[in-house]
Design a protein. Structure first.
Length: 130
């Protein structure tokens, strides 16, 4: 068995496996803040042109090179909602690290989905790694 790796190593195209052993899709995008080492979750592509599903960090188990293992079953995964990028909550001004201003409301969910070219590129990478 491969050694566990950090969430920072996850790349689009990696296989996502449910706790019951079923491969449920491939990583489309990783949500988190690498500067603060805060992992929010992953967007999982289940079909090449389908909308990705979101899996929260609390549902992610052991991560090994090339694969993300989930703590939920395949059925539980299929009940997950579609992926929507988290909205930006503040803008830090360059004059001071303490000067944060609220930003405008985030765009509609249709504007925040993972772009089709990024999903297609992740799918192609997953096919090459087999």
């Amino acid at each position: 068995m491969s050694e566990p790796v950090s969430w920072l190593m996850i790349e689009p195209g990696w296989t996502v496996r449910a706790s019951d052993g079923a491969d449920v899709g491939h990583v489309a995008e990783v949500a988190g803040d690498s500067n603060l080492d805060v992992f929010h979750g992953i967007a999982v592509s289940i079909r090449m042109l389908g909308k990705p599903h979101y899996v929260a960090a609390e549902q992610v188990g052991v991560i090994v090179e090339g694969r993300v293992n989930l703590l939920i079953t395949g059925d539980e995964f299929r009940r997950q909602g579609d992926y929507e990028e988290p909205p930006v909550s503040a803008v830090i001004q360059p004059q001071s690290a303490y000067a944060a201003e609220p930003v405008a409301p985030p765009p509609s969910s249709a504007d925040r989905q993972v772009p089709i070219l990024r999903r297609l590129a992740a799918w192609l990478r997953s096919r090459r790694s087999r």
